[in-house]
Design a protein around this ligand. Structure first.
Ligand code: ZN
Length: 355
C-alpha cells in the first residue's frame, strides 16, 4: 500500500517556505535549542520515530546555508533556500540508506525505472560515507560552508560508522554534520560523544491533533494514540488507510484469529501493530490502561505465559523482516498464535465486551 502523502515523499520540502513558515509547528523550540549550539560542528537530533528529526535537519541545513537568514531561521526566499527545498543545493548532501531513498521517493528517474531484484539496503554503506567525505573536502559551491546530513545515523553499520569517525573528529573547514537517530544508545559511543545532542519530544497531543486535522486526517486522536504520539507516524497510518472502525475492532479481530485486516500491508507495519497490541494486552492484564489502541471492545485477559511467548515471536519476526520467506504466511501464523492466547481460558473472545 503506497503512501501517497506528498509531505512524506520529501520532507526537505518542508523547510521554511516563502513566507518563512514551518509546517511542523512543534519544531520551533528544538530549533531554538539547536541554534544555540551553532558553534558545534556536529549535531545529533534524537527522538522517537515520526517526530520530525529529518524535517528539523532540513530546517537547520536551510538555516545554515540561507543567504539572508532571520533571527528565527532561514528566510525561505533566497536562492539558497529554494535550492535546499528542491534538494538541489550543491553544499547540502543528504546521505540515507537505499531503503530510505525508496521510501522518501528520492530515486532519480533512471533508478526508479530499472527495478533490480536486490532488496534496497537498510544500511548507510561505507562507500556512501567515503563519497560524502570526499565531497566534504571539495570547495563550497556558494561559499557558506557545507552541510552533511546522515539520516538515520542508526543505519550506519560498523565499517561505515568507523569511516565517519575521523570526519566527526576533524571535519573539513566549514562543514556542519547533522545526524538523526531514533535510538542514540545503539550508536557507537565514539559517534555519540563527538556530537552535541538535541532531543526532540513528541508535541503535546492537542497540538498534534490540530496539526493532523489541518492535514485532513479524520481520526486524528485515534491514530495519534496508535502512533505513540508521533504526528508524522500518525499521518503515515492515515495514508495507509487505517480508520477508526477498523482500529476499534482490531483487538477483537486479532483475538478471533482474523488476519484479513493485515492482508496486503507491509510486514514491518503489521508486526509493529501486533507488538503494540501485545503491549496493550499486557497493560490491561496488569490492571493498567492501554496506550496505543482506543478499542470499542477488548478480549478477556489472555494467558500471560503465552502472551510473553507471542511477544518474543513478534520481536524475532521484527528482526528478520528483511528476509521474510513468505510475508503472508508469516502474518497468518502470527495471528494464529495470537488466537491461541485465549485457547486455555475457555472464553470465546468474540463474546466479550467492553472494559
Ligand atoms: Zn534564505
Amino acid at each position: 500500500m503506497a503512501t501517497t502523502n506528498p509531505r512524506r515523499n520529501d520532507p526537505l520540502l518542508l523547510g521554511a517556505d516563502e513566507q518563512g513558515a514551518w509546517p511542523l509547528p512543534w519544531l520551533v523550540e528544538p530549533m531554538k535549542r539547536a541554534k544555540a549550539l551553532q558553534k558545534a560542528h556536529a549535531l545529533l537530533l534524537v527522538g522517537q520515530a515520526g517526530v520530525g528529526q529529518l524535517e528539523l535537519a532540513g530546517l537547520l541545513a536551510q538555516a545554515h546555508l540561507c543567504e539572508d537568514p532571520t533571527p528565527r531561521g532561514p528566510c525561505g526566499r533566497c536562492a539558497a533556500c529554494h535550492l535546499v527545498r528542491r534538494r538541489a543545493h550543491p553544499d547540502l548532501l543528504a546521505v540515507v540508506p537505499e531503503a530510505w531513498r525508496v521510501r522518501l521517493n528520492w530515486l532519480s528517474e533512471d533508478e526508479g525505472g530499472s527495478k533490480s531484484d536486490a532488496k534496497p539496503s537498510k544500511d548507510i554503506r561505507i562507500e556512501q560515507v567515503r563519497q560524502a567525505i570526499d565531497w566534504s573536502h571539495q570547495t563550497s559551491g556558494r561559499g557558506r560552508g557545507k552541510v552533511l546530513l546522515l539520516h538515520p545515523a542508526d543505519a550506519l553499520n560498523g565499517p561505515s560508522a568507523n569511516a565517519l569517525l575521523k570526519t566527526l573528529e576533524e571535519p573539513a573547514p566549514g562543514l556542519k554534520l547533522l545526524l538523526t537517530s531514533t535510538d542514540a544508545e545503539r550508536l557507537l559511543p565514539t559517534i555519540r560523544s563527538r556530537c552535541q545532542r538535541v532531543q526532540l519530544a513528541a508535541p503535546p497531543s492537542d497540538q498534534a491533533v490540530a496539526w493532523l486535522q489541518a492535514q485532513g486526517v479524520a481520526d486524528a486522536p485515534l491514530l495519534l494514540a496508535l502512533a505513540g504520539g508521533s504526528p508524522l507516524e500518525a499521518l503515515d497510518l492515515a495514508a495507509e488507510g487505517f480508520e477508526s472502525r477498523l482500529l476499534a475492532e482490531l483487538p477483537m479481530l486479532v483475538a478471533a484469529g482474523e488476519a484479513a485486516p493485515f492482508v496486503g500491508r507491509p510486514l514491518p507495519r503489521v508486526i509493529d501493530l501486533l507488538l503494540k497490541l501485545a503491549h496493550d494486552l499486557q497493560a490491561r492484564a496488569a490492571g493498567g490502561a492501554p496506550r496505543f489502541f482506543v478499542a470499542s471492545r477488548w478480549p478477556a485477559a489472555p494467558d500471560i505465559g503465552r502472551l510473553v511467548d507471542w511477544q518474543k515471536a513478534l520481536l524475532r519476526a521484527a528482526r528478520h523482516d528483511e528476509h521474510p520467506w513468505n510475508a503472508a504466511l508469516l502474518i497468518e501464523s502470527l495471528v494464529t498464535q495470537a488466537e491461541a492466547l485465549w485457547a486455555e481460558t475457555g472464553t470465546a473472545p468474540a463474546l466479550h465486551s467492553a472494559r
